[in-house]
Design a protein around this ligand. Structure first.
Ligand code: NAD
Length: 505
């Protein structure tokens, strides 16, 4: 496979001598070690994993490669802590969640610096991640105090039924690298709010913000309710999925990892919560505001360099407006600024997370070229240090083309055309994924009818990638099951018990 080097985009880098905050020696790194029962502890093995800054390719830290024995120690701590935590009142739990939000807010600069250094993401994205993290804890603090369920009452003569909502116990959490802190918050907040304790494994590529969270919370929240074991999926993640004292395992990651976790968890009939990949269609009808749709794709297709499970990456546009829409889109994409996080607040596109991922994205681009697809803008790696890919638009994409069906997870948007509403719906649904989609139209009938026909857990109309803590996030089909955010997440991390009292009347 060959890929040409970019001539359209260059990587903006910090001026020499001004990249102080992301220099490895300046980073506010967390302590090494696993975080178990409120303290950082050594692991059962001395093996470590290097952690890299993908914008500079420098190793910035190393963390322990955890073992099954480390998971077992952490689970024992979580089991012990959950006994007390599970019997606290909603208000007591909400106080802890609000405290967590306040502590993160007080350290927000530290989290932004660490997140950008470990992922290469622009500071604006890191800032948004931290803001959303804080809001997630605040929302779950309030939501946990307002739970409702079926009314108690006599549903069998002489018997009064009461429905109790209980914690499930210890929850194993496995998170990805694209939004390390935010994806941790989406799990930690509802899981703790529902009265469970946690053993979590951050991505081996991006463990630093999760370890920093543990550091700033140490001694401020009850010991053992949140434990962190670093390491690989096939060891630490695998042990979490099989451990008999873990009641539920929640993973955000790829389909393959979800399948592996679900298979392992099935042996102990463990509950599973899976937020997996996506390939979001963006259906643009002929009456849509094409400039607004293109601006929406500029934001939602390239946010976090397209490394987003809900990215607006697969446009399906009506053939009568395809050319005009594409012109808008290419113009929008041409204004994106590629660079390292310390190169200015206007940088919008950072690097791919790792060399293997960078190579995979390049391979997809090379395949598209070989298939004769049109690269309207971008289409190449950007020369120099770091794993940067040009913001890319590929047009002339036929139905079923591999580039439009598999998740690329990079700054690459494809454009297909359709000729009827039925065809648009059928083609949009012809995807192994079912996480999110958007519909762009001014027709009120289409804006109600088409979302109902689309097989995706979130469907936006005249918007894409707008999230709020009050509303659920999660997929259908290959994108998994279970919901993050909203009251639905609290349900997912609770169990329902029916108590029926025979009062003999
Ligand atoms: P990944 O599946 O490679 O890794 C995710 C986590 O799973 C990591 O912590 C990894 O160590 C662990 N893991 C890997 N194999 C495992 C196994 N066999 N058992 C247990 N744990 C295992 O995914 P990634 O590359 O870090 O993240 C990108 C993927 O995550 C994309 O597919 C993306 O769409 C998805 N994602 C989904 C959402 C969502 O909300 N649906 C959000 C973010 C990312």
């Amino acid at each position: 496979m060959t890929t040409t080097q970019s001539e359209t985009f260059t990587v903006r880098r910090a001026a020499a001598g001004s990249a102080g905050e992301s220099a490895p020696s300046q980073l506010p790194l967390p302590p090494g070690g696993h975080f178990i029962a409120g303290s950082f502890v050594p692991g059962a093995s001395f093996q470590t994993i290097d952690v890299m800054n993908p914008a500079t390719e420098e190793v910035i830290a190393s963390v322990l490669a955890g073992t099954a024995a480390d998971v077992d120690t952490a689970v024992a701590a979580a089991v012990e802590a959950q006994k007390t935590w599970g019997s606290t009142t909603p208000k007591q739990r909400a106080d802890v969640l609000n405290l967590i939000a306040n502590i993160i807010e007080a350290n927000r600069e530290t989290f932004e610096v660490i997140e950008s250094a470990n992922t290469g993401k622009p500071r604006t994205v890191a800032e948004d991640d931290v803001t959303s993290t804080i809001d997630t804890f605040r929302f779950m603090a309030g939501a946990s105090r307002t739970l409702t369920s079926m009314a108690g009452g006599d549903y069998a003569t002489g018997h009064t039924s009461v429905i109790l909502r209980e914690p499930v116990g210890v929850v194993g959490v496995i998170t990805p690298w694209n939004y390390p802190l935010l994806m941790a918050a989406w799990k930690i907040a509802p899981i703790l709010a529902a009265g469970n304790s946690i053993v979590m494994k951050p991505s081996e590529q991006t463990p630093l913000s999760t370890l920093k969270l543990a550091e700033v919370l140490a001694g401020r929240i009850p010991d053992g309710i949140l434990n962190v074991v670093t390491g690989q999926g096939r060891t630490v993640g695998q042990r979490l999925s099989e451990h008999p004292s873990v009641a539920l395992v929640a993973l955000t990651g790829s389909v393959a990892s979800g399948q592996s976790v679900a298979e392992t968890a099935a042996r102990s009939v463990k509950r599973v919560h899976l937020e997996l990949g996506g390939k979001a269609p963006v259906v643009v009808f002929p009456d849509a505001d094409l400039a607004a749709a293109a601006a929406g794709v500029r934001n939602a297709g390239y946010w976090n360099a397209g490394q987003d499970c809900g990215a607006a990456c697969r446009v399906l546009v009506h053939e009568s407006v395809a050319e005009e829409f594409t012109q808008h889109l290419v113009r929008e994409v041409g204004t994106l600024v590629v660079g390292s996080p310390d190169a200015g607040d206007d940088v919008e596109i950072g690097p791919m997370i790792s060399r293997p991922h960078f190579e995979r994205v390049k391979e997809s681009l090379a395949e598209a070229r070989e298939a004769g697809l049109t690269v309207a803008i971008g289409g190449s790696a950007v020369e120099g240090t770091g794993f940067f890919i040009e913001p890319t638009v590929i047009t002339n994409v036929p139905a079923g083309a591999p580039i439009a069906t598999h998740e690329i997870f990079g700054p690459v948007v494809t454009v297909e055309t359709f000729s009827s509403t039925d065809e648009a719906v059928t083609r949009a649904n012809e995807s192994p994924y079912g996480l999110s989609a958007s519909v762009w139209t001014k027709d009120s009938s289409l804006s109600l009818r088409v979302p109902k026909q689309l097989d995706f857990g979130t469907v936006w109309v005249n918007a894409h990638l707008v999230l709020a803590c009050e509303v659920p996030w999660g997929g259908f089909k290959g994108s998994g099951y279970g919901r993050d955010l909203s009251l639905y997440a609290l349900d997912d991390y609770s169990r329902t018990k029916h108590v029926m009292i025979n009062h003999g009347a």
